[in-house]
Write a protein that binds this ligand. Structure first.
Ligand code: ZN
Ligand code: ZN
Length: 216
């Protein structure tokens, strides 16, 4: 185990404060990531406040993690020290059920393991990216392309995939119309992604206050 610095909530009502948390030793299939940036997602707030069920504390949230590989386990093949990588909302799954075998680990029949506040497959409670380091099994560590800065890559790991997935699923592209309700944290991602996919994009909003932002 390694003790690392983190920001964590001491209780459902307390502020996040500087503290330390434990990270497991790097196992054969694990990657140790030196975290450079972690996006802030509203799910982080819901979870630490206990809005979605009781939690164990201290709890460090953060599931939009971007950083650099600092160490790899002996059996790791996908990543090397120095790689620029990211971790999103999940850090583990059974790996054996039909959905995992199909690459749909988010639908793992045994339940996927959330990046924080979840019971991992070794029985420990996961802790998120508001910390200096994290140890994640290599299958849940994503490569970040060189052309993408780590700070802007981080929010893609939750807000980005949340909008990218349905756009891909429903075939957004040339000749298709996409309407996005609200130009917020996820909405602006959806606008940029759908536009990049070649779709005709419309923003639906209660006012024209964000018209310029939307067009830009
Ligand atoms: Zn999120
Ligand atoms: Zn599974």
């Amino acid at each position: 185990m390694h003790t690392v610095n983190a920001y964590a909530a001491p209780s459902a009502t307390g502020d996040l404060i500087p503290t330390t948390i434990e990270r497991r030793d790097v196992g054969p299939h694990d990657v140790l990531i030196d975290i450079k940036f972690a996006g802030i997602c509203h799910s982080d707030i819901h979870t630490v406040r206990g809005d979605w069920g009781p939690q164990s504390y201290p709890l460090a949230p953060g599931h939009e993690i971007a950083g650099v590989v600092a160490e790899v386990g002996s059996a790791v093949t996908r990543h090397r020290v120095g790689d620029r990588v990211g971790v999103g909302c999940m850090v583990n799954s059974c790996g054996e059920c039909a959905n995992c075998q199909a690459g749909e680990e988010q639908f793992c029949l045994a339940g996927n393991t959330g990046t924080y506040g979840a019971v991992d497959r070794d029985g420990t409670i996961t802790q998120g990216g508001y910390s200096t380091h994290v140890v994640v099994t290599e299958g849940f560590v994503l490569r970040i392309p060189d052309g993408l800065d780590l700070d802007v890559a981080a929010p893609l790991l939750c807000a980005g995939i949340t909008t990218y997935s349905p756009l891909r699923h429903w075939g957004a592209g040339p000749g298709r119309n996409v309407a996005v309700v609200g130009l917020g944290g996820l909405g602006h991602m959806a606008v940029k992604l759908a536009h990049a996919m070649g779709a005709t994009v419309t923003v639906l909003s209660q006012s024209l206050k964000k018209q310029e932002d939307g067009l830009r």
